[in-house]
Design a protein around this ligand. Sequence first.
Ligand code: BGP
Length: 469
Amino acid sequence: MVKQLPKDFIFGGATAAYQAEGATQIDGKGAVAWDKYLADHYWYRADPASDFYHRYPVDLELAEKFGVNGIRISIAWSRIFPTGYGEVNPKGVAFYHRLFAECHKRHVEPFVTLHHFDTPEALHSQGDFLNRDTIDHFVDYAAFCFEEFPEVKFWTTFNEIGPIGDGQYLVGKFPPGIQYDLAKVFQSHHNMMVAHARVVKLFKDKGYTGEIGVVHALPTKYPYNPENPADVRAAELEDIIHNRFILDATYLGEYSDETMQGVNHILAVNGGELDLRKEDFEHLQAAKDLNDFLGINYYMSDWMRGDDVEKTEITHNGKGEKGGSKYQIKGVGRREFDVDVPRTDWDWMIYPQGLYDQIMRVKANYPNYKKIYITENGLGYKDEFVDGTVYDDARIDYVKQHLGVIADAIADGANVKGYFLWSLMDVFSWSNGYEKRYGLFYVDFETQERYPKKSAYWYKQVAESRILE
Ligand code: BGP
C-alpha cells in the first residue's frame, strides 16, 4: 500500500553533543561525569566519537545532499559553562554559533537540546538533578542560551528524562551507577520536570521567537497476556515509571490519582520517599499549556508479566549478545522477551504498532499536546562495511515500517510534524560502545571518513517524494 507524508513534514537526523563531537578535552570544555565513568567502567571512550566538533561541515553537506532538512543537535552545557554555572567559555559559545550558521547555510534546521545526558561533572558530583541547586543552574544556563543564540528557532529542554533516571538509579549503567533505587528515579524525573517547566515559562515570559518543547522516550508497555489482570497491572506500573509520570508532569501539571497510587505502591514495596513541594506544582501548572511540541523517541515496546517478583534484578545487554537481558522490578513485574515479534541483538523488541499506539495515547490523554515530532527512532545494528558502503536493508525496513505508522497516525488525526532518524551519522552508544551503529552515514572511526549507507539513498528518495511504497 502506498502511504504519503505531508509536504511540510521534516525529514531529520538526530545527534547528541557527547556522542558526536569528541573533542572533550579542548577549547575549555569542562568535564562531565561520563568522562571518568567510561574510563572506569567501559571498554571505549568519548574521543574521538564522530569528531563532529571538527567535521560538522561534512555531515551537514551530506545531510543536505541526502534530503535531510532537520538536525537534532545538543549543546554541551560544559562547553558553555565548564562547571555548570559562573564563568562563560567563549570558545564554546563561538563553536555553536559556527555550527548553527553552517546548518542554515545547508538548509538543515537545527532543533537544539539543552541537555542530552551530559550534566557537568561539577554539578553531577553534587547530586546531579537530585540536588535542587542544579535546577537553578539549568534555568540560568537556558536563559543564557536563549539570549545568546537567537538563530535557534526550535529548543528542547531535556532529552529523555525517563531513561536518565532509569540509567542512573535503576539499571545503574549511567553515572553514578546506582541500582534499584526507585525513589531516586522518581525524584530525578520530578526535579527535571520542574526544571523543564521553569525554562518553558521563562522562554514564553521573555517573548523569544521560536518554539520550545521536551523530548520523552516513550516505550509502549503491553500485558503479556491481556486476559491476566496481574500482567495488565504490571504493564500499567511499568508505564507509570517510564512514561506516565513524566507525561502527567508535562501536560497535566500534576500527577493524576492513578499515577500517584502506582508510585506509592512501588515505593511502599521498594522503600523511599519523595520530596514533592507545593511550589513545584505551581511551576508545572504554569507551563503545562505552553509546550509548543512534544518530541517522542521511540525504539521498542515491552511485554510485561505480573509474576510475583521477589527481588529487583536487571541485567543490561551492552554487547549485543541476544538473549542477555533481564529486567524485573519488585512489586511491578518482569519483562518477557520471548514474544512473537522480532528483536535486535540488544533485545530491543521491534514493534512499529507501539509507536502508533503511543502517539494516539498522547492525543487521547493529553489533548493539550499541540504537536509531535518523532525525535528519535532507528535500528541499532552491527553494520557490515563492504564495497565502501553498508547494505542495511534491515534498517530501511525498520524505518519504513515506523514511518508507515506515523502516516497512519496523521491520517487518524494526530498532529505529527516530522521525523528524526537516530542517528544522522554513526555515533557511539552510551552504554554499548561504537559497535552499535544507527547512522545514515557510516563513520570509519579511525579515519573519520563518512560513507553513505544504502539507507541514506533510500531516505533521500522518501524525503523528496514523501511517498512510502
Ligand atoms: C536514546 C538516546 C540517544 C541514543 C539512542 C540509542 O535513548 O537519546 O542518545 O543513544 O537512545 O540508544 P543506544 O545508544 O543505547 O542504542
